[in-house]
Design a protein. Structure first.
Length: 209
């Protein structure tokens, strides 16, 4: 989903690093991120960085049925303008109410704070896959990628939301493409799925080469 607040200036470079073909040879195109969930591991340990209203969290629970899902967010956002289900003061409580049953049985765990800081406190090599949809600025995405790559198991996946250079709806530049491409080239990861979005706020799934 498009980021709901214009980001501050960032140190991202002017032009993204180009992904070599060797990082794309195993890539499949999927119609939408909802269908992408059908291709991700089920029954394991998952983290979602950037939750907003928990709409996609609910789809993760329903489709992938993770043993445990960590929801990590600063929980101080407003809802989509057309929904207005919560405000910055009620954001966390909205999520707690929505997933009350799952929280009670420890299937869902909430962690409030900056995504890379909260992820750094969790055990290494403990997640089957991580969905990253938090800070869309280059520096923030880079931090999320660096720490999350340490937290997935061998063969684990990193799923990046909003793989787009410019949010034309809010007229804001994102650092997602820059950070993802650099990470793949510098750290040896490949793109194995591209999930399209009707407004081109696409998702990519990364796996270690």
């Amino acid at each position: 989903m498009p980021f709901d607040a214009p980001p501050a200036p960032t140190s991202k470079p002017e032009i993204p690093v180009r992904l070599p073909q060797s990082h794309l040879n195993n890539c499949r195109v999927i119609e939408h991120r909802d269908l992408l969930l059908e291709h991700l591991p089920t029954g394991g340990s998952v983290a979602e960085l950037g939750v907003l209203a928990g709409d996609f969290s609910e789809k993760i629970l329903r489709t992938c049925q993770p043993r445990q899902l960590f929801l990590i967010d600063v929980f101080d956002s407003v809802d989509w303008p057309e929904r207005q289900r919560f405000n910055p003061q009620t954001h966390e409580q909205f999520i707690r109410n929505r997933f009350a049953d799952e929280i009670q049985r420890y299937q869902v765990v909430l962690k409030r704070g900056l995504s890379w800081e909260r992820m750094s406190q969790l055990p290494d090599c403990s997640f089957d896959w991580i969905y990253i949809d938090a800070d869309h600025r280059y520096d923030g995405v880079k931090k999320d990628l660096d720490v999350s790559s340490q937290k997935v198991k061998e063969g684990g996946l990193l799923v990046m939301n909003d793989y787009i250079y410019h949010d034309y709806l809010a007229d804001v530049e994102y650092g997602v493409v820059h950070a993802v491409n650099e990470f793949c080239v510098n750290e040896g990861w490949e793109v194995i799925f591209l999930a399209l979005n009707e407004k081109m706020f696409n998702d990519v799934v990364l796996k270690k080469l």
